[in-house]
Design a protein around this ligand. Structure first.
Ligand code: GLN
Length: 387
């Protein structure tokens, strides 16, 4: 073999924790509370609409920027929810998932040497997305255990090279939220600067305890410097469909589309037609907060019999637990042992930090059937009684 020598563009990046844990869960036949995806059936009416779209001949390339009817329906939804009149022709692009939208947004603005503020723990695609563009992540820890932004610390880390700040609310992996004060602080930090905002809002509807989602779309002065990324897989419990979108002001979206057009070019057509139709069923997304809060509560209640200690989860699919009373192992070792010996897969939160920080906390996904949750917690209970 004479394979040419390859100098990696991502020397510090390994295989994503989601693939690692999924393989392990399969190998050990574990209940998979690791990667965030529902194990219950999505709404079959939406499946029927996809079939209908296929039968109606929507089987060729869709418009590069997304099926116009879908963009229009999404713009209407944004107006209703966030009082922002975005232009569906110029300010929204349909993407194959939220992660792709985030990558494309970062690639649109970053040049080698630029700095990007990343709050850790952070979803594991952000840092590689920055580095593949030759830019540098500036890592700022969220406070522990609240996982809030320390704005003074952020201010100390702003330099003339700061090009972008990534925010994520509801937050993966912690379930923390940005509040009005955070928005005010973000405004102070960015106003009058050349700093872009990348807002990852893929869990926009999954928010608990009557709290409100602080979308960047609600704030015109922040939106003018922002790319806001969403996931329809999270809205309709079909993460495997890989469909999402990005909203940004026209000037920014123009650059986003330059990158997008030569990457995937356009997304799955029948799925877009189907969702365009289905978006008029507002209850489908309005019910999500209550539906997932109920799952969080069932999960927390059943976990009370164990020695795991919950950290607050105000939104997302996720609930963090400290295992401090059970083991002194590292998060990675504990998660692997839990998978092998308890038969329950979870994600070590240390995987969301570049330089491993150990708080003895793991992430469980509770977007599961009640039976799955109960069986998983019985296994966790039996495991920790033996430990
Ligand atoms: N968002 C999902 C999670 O955090 C994973 C998506 C992925 O595997 N890239 O579990």
């Amino acid at each position: 073999m004479n394979t040419p020598f390859l100098i990696s563009k991502l020397p510090k990046t390994g295989e994503t924790i989601f693939t690692v844990i999924n393989s392990l869960a399969k190998e050990y036949n574990a209940i998979n509370l690791g990667q965030g995806f529902p194990d219950f059936e999505m709404n079959s009416k939406l499946i029927d609409l996809v079939y209908e779209a296929m039968k109606n001949g929507h089987n060729q390339y869709a418009h590069m920027n997304g099926v116009p009817a879908l963009r229009k329906a999404l713009a209407e939804k944004v107006y209703e929810l966030y009082d922002n009149e975005i232009n569906p022709e110029k300010e929204i692009t349909i993407t194959p998932g939220g992660t792709y939208a985030i990558y494309t947004a970062l690639t649109s603005v970053l040049k080698p040497g630029d700095e990007v503020i990343v709050f850790e723990p952070a979803f594991d695609s952000y840092i590689p997305n920055i580095e593949i563009n030759g830019a540098n992540p500036v890592l700022i820890p969220l406070t522990f255990p609240e996982y809030k932004i320390d704005w003074d610390l952020l201010k100390e880390n702003i330099t003339p090279a700061t090009r972008c700040i990534i925010i994520n609310s509801p937050h993966n992996p912690t379930g923390s939220l940005l509040d009005k004060n955070d928005i005010e602080q973000l405004r102070k930090v960015t106003s009058g600067t050349n700093i872009f905002i990348l807002s990852d809002e893929v869990y926009e509807h999954i928010i608990f305890d009557g709290l409100e989602h602080e979308s960047i779309l609600k704030y015109p002065d922040l939106f003018e410097r922002s790319f806001v990324c969403f996931s329809l897989g999270k809205v309709y419990s079909c993460t495997g469909w890989k469909i999402g979108y990005c909203i940004a002001p026209e000037k920014l979206m123009k650059e986003f589309r330059k990158v997008h057009q030569f990457n995937c070019f356009s997304c799955n057509a029948p799925i877009q037609y189907a969702i365009a139709n289905f978006l008029s069923q507002k209850n489908e997304y309005e019910k999500l907060a209550c539906f997932f809060q109920n799952k969080r509560d069932i999960f927390q209640k059943a976990m009370e019999k164990t020695r795991f200690i919950p950290l607050p989860s105000h939104g997302s699919y996720f609930q963090l637990y400290s295992y401090d009373r059970i083991s002194k192992e590292t998060e990675n070792d504990f998660a692997i042992r839990l998978c092998k010996e308890a038969g329950v897969a979870c994600i070590p939160v240390s995987a969301f930090y570049r330089d491993t920080i150990e708080n003895k906390v793991v992430r469980f996904c509770f977007a599961k059937k009640e039976d799955t949750i109960n069986e998983a917690i019985t296994r966790l209970y039996n495991f920790e009684q033996r430990s």
